[in-house]
Design a protein around this ligand. Structure first.
Ligand code: HSE
Length: 311
């Protein structure tokens, strides 16, 4: 019998991971969005409610990230089926933790469970990308792909995306620290220079290659040496008051590297499991010293991607 309702949980994510602007990200299972999709006799896509940590989002489907993603799926795979959707936000708005991506991913994963012939994850990725474009004005995949597939994920290509889940050394943990402030992805993208100088290009390329090689070969020293964004972070860090101090505190506490999560203001670090709690405390205390409250998590990166949960 055809299923008429499904609910999906889609995890938060850290985009860019310092050196992979717009192409690399990892999932953060500690928080995420839940999206329920029902078949409806009403044509099109209707968003009936948005609850949770963010409520004032557009209810009009075409202007909502989850709505836009679901419209794209409907147009391609279920033109005669109406959908009704509710979104429960677990990821704060403008946090740099992939909230718009998670809602879009949750919508397409839930809707996929209602289709007679389910689509592939790559199809779902493409539909979710259209939703992400509503929020940020561009088709980047570094939050969508990890939220959908789980773990540390590299995506090559936009029209024909190729997705690779990259192994993270067992001893490594991610520390995520979300300061209570809001940054818009659109603005954080608009401020970036449109060209890159040659020396920075060479360093960034070396760092991305070194980082990924280090992940595949369990080489923590190479990961540490490569963990530096020489292009985006120097332009954006001023948007996060205290960035330099927090980063220095994380490094002094033994982090392998520390940078901005996506477009910020959340910051993240990688560290070995034995140093993770010290890195977390150092970052949290550094924000607290300037009166900034935070939420924070320490997590592994073998995380699962979006999945169906009880309605
Ligand atoms: N790669 C994107 C950026 C992530 O840094 O602008 C934001 O969602």
């Amino acid at each position: 019998m055809k299923r008429s309702v499904a609910t999906a949980f889609a995890p938060a994510s850290v985009g860019n991971v310092a050196i992979g602007f717009d192409i690399l990200g990892f999932s953060v299972d500690a928080l995420g969005d839940r999206v329920t999709v029902k078949r409806s006799s009403r044509p099109g896509v209707t968003i009936t409610a948005i609850t949770g940590v963010v409520e004032n989002l557009p209810l009009e489907a075409a202007g909502n990230t989850a709505g836009r993603a679901l419209l794209a799926l409907q147009e391609a795979a279920a033109p005669d089926t109406g959908f009704e959707m509710t979104i429960h936000k677990g990821i704060p708005l403008g946090s740099g933790l992939g909230g718009s991506a998670a809602s879009a991913v949750g919508a397409v994963v839930a809707a996929n469970a209602l289709l007679d012939r389910p689509l592939t994850l790559i199809d779902l990725l493409k539909f979710a990308m259209q939703g992400e474009a509503v929020a940020s004005g561009s088709m980047h995949v570094d939050n969508i792909a990890p939220s959908l597939f789980g773990g540390l994920v590299l995506t090559v290509g936009i029209d024909q995306p190729r997705v690779k889940q990259i192994p993270v050394p067992r001893a490594v943990r991610a520390v995520i620290v979300h300061p209570h402030m809001v940054l818009g992805t659109r603005e954080a993208r608009a401020m970036l220079n449109k060209s890159v100088n040659m020396s920075d290009f060479v360093w960034q390329t070396a760092n991305l290659a070194g980082f990924i090689s280090g992940c595949y070969t369990d080489d923590l020293d190479l990961i540490r040496a490569s963990f530096e964004d020489v292009i985006i972070e120097p332009q954006r860090h001023k948007l996060i008051p205290g960035f330099r101090e927090v980063r220095e505190a994380a490094m002094a506490a033994g982090a392998l590297g520390c940078s901005i999560s996506g477009a910020g203001p959340t910051m993240f670090a990688w560290s070995t499991v034995d140093a993770a709690e010290a890195v977390r405390s150092a970052m949290v205390d550094s924000f607290a010293a300037r009166g900034t409250q935070t939420d924070h998590w320490v997590t592994g990166m073998e995380g699962r991607g979006a999945r169906l949960v009880a309605d």
